[in-house]
Write a protein that binds this ligand. Sequence first.
Ligand code: FES
Length: 370
Amino acid sequence: METEPREQPTGLRARALAVASLFVAPRSPLDYLRASALPSGGHRARVVATRAECEGTATLTLSPAPRTWSAGQHVDLSVLVDGAYQTRTFSISSAPPAASARARTFDVTIRAAAHGRLTPMLVRDAKVGDDVRVSPPAGCFVLPDAGAGMGPLLFVTAGSGITPVMSMLRGSLSSDVLHVHFERTRDRIIFGSELDALAKADPSYRRTCELTGAEVNVDQMLARIRALCPDLHTRQTFACGPAPLLDAMRALYTELEIEDHLHTESFGAPAAPPAIRALAHDAETTVARLSFTRSQVNVDADGRTSLLVLAERAGLKPAHGCRRGLCRSCVAPLRKGTVRDLRTGMDTVATGGGVQMCINAPVTDVEIDL
Ligand code: FES
């Protein structure tokens, strides 16, 4: 279970923070100090170009670039919004620099989330000259050493899951590649014309785009993958998309006993495991009472909505970053009760430590010191 007790200040610093608390409640001044710090090993960068992609999607070109990165890795971008830094995680969509070279710029391609706050703002308002803070590139959704002869590959992407794979395709890929991309409608396909051009120019790259419509059916998607790729067992598969699709692919690859062929990267909110969905269904909507004790706010919890979302729906503004369990900026003290990790189904009982609010939901009545 991922918990992290917060560091307690002492002496003069503690007194200064106590005074500052009067002005920033319900957040603590430490939250602001933590949020404004440059990520360890990270750097400041500037937007040097913006490019509209398809509807609701834009590419930002940033400079300087990280010293190096591997195609498929992601960075956290932090931008100042209403006096506090907000952080989100984005895959790098441009190709990494060639060995021994140094890139001056790098791209991130951002789709505005339907109910998001930061991504619509970035897509709509980001302009040349804006400052951002950039974490070091991270993530293991990367191709094995490109020089070692990878054998045939299958890329499965859905929606904005195309972005890390685009970095791979723009790099020096020299394998037989089959690419199955899913999108709801044709006008939402990101990089469509560039991928078409690549498929025309390079016979070793074959691509198909499957339109799902608004009602996405994971079983149908899986069936299409199997139909389009009869030699599944011969290909290393790199899949990036929503968690339910990746969960279904993991189950399939396990059933076929080729789970070591599958490499995945998910985006969006983690899917609730079946146990939690059942729990919520049995109780119709409410399974627990959630109290934010410092703010004196109580809300009903359905067992599948994260503590972070519940806090925001109640009008609170907890510190947060990636919203998917990576950056730990949403950790808050769990004072009472049991919460469940929405990704793994593991329970954590209050013992005085902290809990990541973005990936945990209440199982019993819970008190959070926020
Ligand atoms: S917001 Fe990043 S771990 Fe919760």
